[in-house]
Design a protein around this ligand. Structure first.
Ligand SMILES: [Mg+2]
Ligand SMILES: [Zn+2]
Length: 225
């Protein structure tokens, strides 16, 4: 592969690297009273993701930390081709970043088996020092973003100059859409496909990371050889 600009990939975690959404799996499994209206408010966009996710985890006591972490790690399924895709990025000098609205206490242990530098993983943080789990937001929105994302994907994408970088986004849900509008190439699954179709945003559907690798290496129609 040859590139004129430095390629960089921004890859979502929940529902993208993993088959399931880990936040939803944790909340459903531990089933604390009051979680359903919060999830409904996030989906209905009556609550920002940051506010809603903060409230959801505040329903869980820190005394169950080990149990919750163990559950998240044990139930996870990694999407096919992820390991091979990381290798492909290395071999082709493609920068790879995880940009996730998930939480550090499950993301770091799950990704430990893969060789991804810690400073290439963007996610939310957590504080177990009180009685309830408190989510921290080290990558909250800047003045350019009014979505109250929690982990602001667009802020990270904007820090890579489009003059210098060829920017790829891989995602699956509504929370990837603002980023999808910014980048040069979008690989989409699930709700992100629907959203891209509704708003006429070019995208390539994928099922697993083998599809993405195949598409990235294929000669493109109209492209200069
Ligand atoms: Mg996702
Ligand atoms: Zn934001």
């Amino acid at each position: 592969m040859s590139f004129t600009k430095q390629p960089v990939v921004f890859c979502d975690f929940d529902g993208t690297i993993t088959v399931n959404d880990n936040i939803v799996a944790i909340i459903q499994h531990f089933d604390p009273p009051g979680w359903k209206p919060i999830v409904d408010d996030i989906i209905g966009e009556r609550k920002s993701v940051r506010q809603g996710v903060g409230e959801l985890f505040r329903l869980l006591p820190t005394t169950r930390r080990e149990e919750i972490t163990r559950f998240a790690i044990d139930q996870v399924q990694i999407r096919a081709g992820f390991k091979e895709f990381l290798q492909f990025c290395k071999e082709n000098d493609i920068k790879f970043y995880v940009t996730s609205g998930g939480i550090d206490f499950f993301i770091y242990p799950i990704l430990e088996q893969f060789d991804i530098p810690v400073d290439h993983i963007y996610c939310n943080a957590s504080d177990f020092s009180g009685s309830q789990i408190e989510i921290l937001w080290p990558h909250a929105c800047d003045e350019m973003c009014q979505n109250d994302c929690g982990m602001c994907k667009t802020k990270i994408i904007r820090s890579f100059d489009p003059e210098q970088y060829d920017r790829y986004l891989i995602g699956d849900s509504i929370t990837d859409f603002a980023g999808a509008k910014l980048v040069d190439h979008v690989y989409a699954r699930s709700h992100l496909i629907t959203k891209c179709e509704q708003l006429g945003l070019p995208h390539v559907p994928y099922t697993d990371f083998f599809d993405i690798m195949k598409h990235m290496t294929e000669p493109k129609a109209g492209a200069k050889v």
